[in-house]
Design a binder for this molecule. Structure first.
Ligand SMILES: *Cc1c(COP(=O)(O)O)cnc(C)c1O
Length: 517
């Protein structure tokens, strides 16, 4: 493809993307294909001779689009939204046009410096404390591919920091550059005694990070009475038990806005407990809900002040609710040395004059991988094009839709809200009102809701996901409806709710028939 062919194909590509977006609300949200649908259509090997680009891009429409689940559909309510915007699509195109692995400042100074600037914009917009800003010279932020990458990186930083604290407790002196080099003997003695903590509602990223480090993960229990928030007292008990057994706490994952129900852990309580344990690092995972700090009226309920006071690191995904096309996970730390002392491995070929002089950031030292994508353009375009006001308006839309839907569900005689609505997330279940003759047992309710979910799942025009909560030795099967889509209106929410209601009635009708027999 030469420049002129690219020009033409590029215009055509944008045209077809525009067509896609102008009809997206009319197509079913879920892909209507069976496993293997694409593998069966495609040749087993790459073509020997090059093909016409028109044909290739035609096959994108013909073969790929049918297998796409439309996350940008206004009727997408599963998981959490993964919003895309035209601004970020164009940014990705520009980024691809100057593609480079960006690991050092010298790779492309703009990549590093734009990232420093927009991550700070993002952090300031959310009200994160100055300590998390790069301009503090001590803390700072970096864009990662996912909240899982951020949490894993935090775990590496936490482990090294814990081993440095232990080294210092055992009398290891600082070296000439002021750092503590962890002796092998300390690694051997304590490296395998470290323990990670989270709750049973912590995203699987917690257990996965622990698994990758080869260390245990304690999923501390939470209860419906505490609205599934992790409490300081329960963390304290878990830690005390491990310490008695000769183990060492080194990392707690606290969540602001859990995936299941949007619960917010008691950050200050946990932080106070951790004061007793200087080896411990507190990472706050706010992958979904963190962007809502852009709305000052939600900062208190989402415990921003506590995060600012107690967290060592913080992560939120602008690629979920935050209008930035996947991937854009913001990871901020209060002390950048926690990252660089754990991840800076510099062979001679990666050295540069600017880095040696300490005047620039080399982001490879802030993450596990060496190379990295130029993601900051996306966030730059989005924040400039929407402005803080536009960004806030988008968040408010999702929250308002959730509040409106919550009113409808509250008045329903066949459904109940299970946990308090959290921002744009509603967790509900089918529950016939007690005016029905027989009291329905919890087990029966779970079967009814599983039935409802199966019925919804077999349709292509709605997409919701389930969750299972634990309460008093019992499981509660629930359905989640996550709003906040870029193009979703309340009409779209209502359309899906009407389908849920009528499927719910079908389930109850079938159940009453069985009960009558
Ligand atoms: C979505 C989500 C994650 C996972 O995010 P990735 O970026 O896909 O790793 C982690 N934690 C919470 C609370 C989430 O909602």
């Amino acid at each position: 493809m030469d420049i002129e062919q690219f020009r033409k194909a590029g215009y055509a590509a944008i045209d077809s993307i525009c067509d896609y977006y102008s009809t997206i609300s009319e197509i079913p949200v879920k892909a209507q294909v069976q496993p293997g649908y694409l593998i069966d259509q495609l040749p087993k090997e790459a073509p020997v001779e090059g093909e016409e680009f028109a044909e290739i891009s035609n096959d994108f429409q013909r073969q790929i689009i049918p297998g796409i689940t439309h996350w940008q559909s206004p009727s997408f309510f599963a998981y959490f939204p993964s919003n895309s915007t035209f601004e970020s699509m164009l940014a990705d195109l520009y980024s691809a046009s100057v593609t480079n692995p960006g690991f050092n400042w010298v790779c492309s100074p703009a990549c590093t410096e734009l990232e420093q600037v927009v991550v700070e914009w993002a952090a300031r917009m959310l009200g994160l404390a100055e300590k998390f800003w790069g301009s503090s010279g001590i803390g700072g932020g970096v864009i990662m591919g996912s909240a899982s990458d951020s949490a894993f990186t935090a775990s590496i930083a936490a482990r090294e920091r814990a081993l440095r604290v232990l080294s210092s407790q055992k009398g290891v002196e600082r070296s000439a550059n002021g750092q503590i080099d962890i002796p092998d003997s300390i690694r051997q003695e304590y490296g395998q005694k470290l323990v990670v903590y989270g709750s049973t509602q912590t995203h699987s990223l917690g257990a996965k990070a622990a698994l990758m480090l080869g260390l245990p993960f304690r999923a501390v229990s939470v209860s419906i009475e505490d609205q599934y928030s992790l409490t300081g007292e329960s963390v304290k008990q878990a830690i005390e038990k491990d310490v008695q057994d000769g183990l060492i706490p080194f990392l707690v994952y606290a969540t602001v806005g859990t995936t299941s129900t949007g619960a917010v852990d008691r950050i200050a309580e946990i932080g106070e407990v951790l004061k007793e344990y200087p080896t411990t690092f507190l990472h706050v995972d706010a992958a979904w809900a963190g962007v809502a700090y852009a709305l000052p009226e939600y900062r208190e309920s989402l415990r921003l002040k506590e995060v600012n006071e107690y967290a060592d690191s913080f992560c939120t995904n602008y690629h979920k609710w935050g209008l930035t096309t996947f991937d854009c996970s913001i990871f901020c730390v209060k002390d950048r040395k926690d990252l660089t002392q754990a991840l800076d491995v510099t062979p001679p070929f990666l050295r540069s004059k600017e880095a040696d002089e300490g005047t620039v950031i080399d982001y490879r030292n802030w993450q596990p991988a060496l190379g990295r994508r130029f993601r900051s353009i996306k966030l730059w375009f989005v924040l400039r094009s929407f402005g803080i006001n536009g960004f806030q308006k988008h968040l408010e839309n999702g929250i308002e839709q959730c509040q409106q839907l919550a009113k409808i569900v509250e008045q329903s005689s066949t459904f109940e809200i299970v946990t308090p609505p959290s921002l744009a997330l509603l967790v509900f279940r089918l529950k016939p009102s007690s005016s029905s003759p027989e009291e329905v047992s919890e087990d029966e309710l779970n079967i009814l809701n599983q039935n409802l979910h199966d019925r919804l799942n077999s349709r292509y025009d709605v997409f919701l996901t389930q969750t299972v909560l634990h309460s008093k030795e019992k499981n509660i099967f629930c359905i989640r409806l996550a709003m906040g889509g870029r193009y979703t209106t309340f009409q779209d929410v209502k359309k899906t709710w009407d389908i849920i209601e009528s499927e719910g009635e079908e389930v109850l009708r079938g159940w009453k028939k069985v009960m009558a027999e």
